[in-house]
Design a protein. Structure first.
Length: 178
C-alpha cells in the first residue's frame, strides 16, 4: 500500500465498494465469507448494539462528522454522487441527490473500533498518538476520524485512511490485499 498519492485516493472507493452490505464488527472478530454479509445496523452478533455507543452518538447525533469531503457519507466529494463542481470549480451539494454510501463509512469505523478484537483500537490509538492526539476515549476517536486531510489534491477525512488500513488488515488475514 502506498500513501499520499492518487493510488491511495482510488483505493478509498475500492474499500467502500467492498464494505457495502458487509459488517466490520463481524469481520473484525475474524469471521469471513457469508457470515459478514449484513450491515452493522442489521448485525445479529452484537454489532447493532455498537450504534448506541459514545462513538456512534458522537458521530451520528452530536455531528462529529467528516471535516473534509462529504459530511453525510465521509467520502471525498469526487467520489460522492451527491456532489458536483460548477463551472467555476466550486463544489455544490445536490439536495435532491443522496450519497451512494449512506452511513457505511461511519458505521464501518464504529464496527471496527468496537469489535472484540483489540488490534483495531490499538491501531487507531497508535495513529492518533503519531498525530499528537493523546486522548483515546470514544469522543476523541470520533473527532480524530473526522479530521480533514488532503491527499493528491483531494479533501477527505482521517476515517478514509483508517478504513483503508483496517480493510487491509482484514484482507491480509484472508489472503487478499488491495
Amino acid at each position: 500500500m502506498s500513501w499520499d498519492n492518487d493510488e491511495e485516493v482510488r483505493e478509498w472507493k475500492v474499500v467502500m465498494d467492498w464494505w457495502m452490505g458487509k459488517c466490520s464488527f463481524c469481520a473484525g472478530r475474524g469471521v469471513q465469507g457469508r457470515q459478514i454479509e449484513h450491515t452493522l445496523r442489521q448485525c445479529p452478533n452484537g454489532g447493532k448494539r455498537t450504534l448506541r455507543s459514545v462513538l456512534a452518538e458522537s458521530i451520528h447525533e452530536e455531528g462529529f462528522r467528516a471535516g473534509g469531503g462529504c459530511q453525510r457519507c465521509a467520502l471525498p466529494r469526487e467520489v460522492c454522487q451527491a456532489w458536483e463542481q460548477d463551472r467555476s470549480g466550486a463544489w455544490c451539494f445536490d439536495l435532491s441527490a443522496s450519497c451512494q454510501y449512506g452511513s457505511q463509512a461511519y458505521d464501518t469505523a464504529i464496527g471496527f473500533f468496537l469489535c472484540p478484537n483489540p488490534r483495531y483500537r490499538i491501531d487507531i490509538m497508535e495513529n492518533m498518538a503519531d498525530e499528537g492526539f493523546d486522548d483515546h476515549d470514544e469522543e476523541s476517536v470520533a473527532l480524530w476520524l473526522g479530521e480533514k486531510i488532503t491527499v493528491a489534491g483531494v479533501e477527505a477525512c482521517e476515517m478514509m485512511r483508517q478504513l483503508r488500513g483496517w480493510s487491509q488488515m482484514v484482507w491480509e488475514e484472508k489472503g487478499r490485499g488491495i
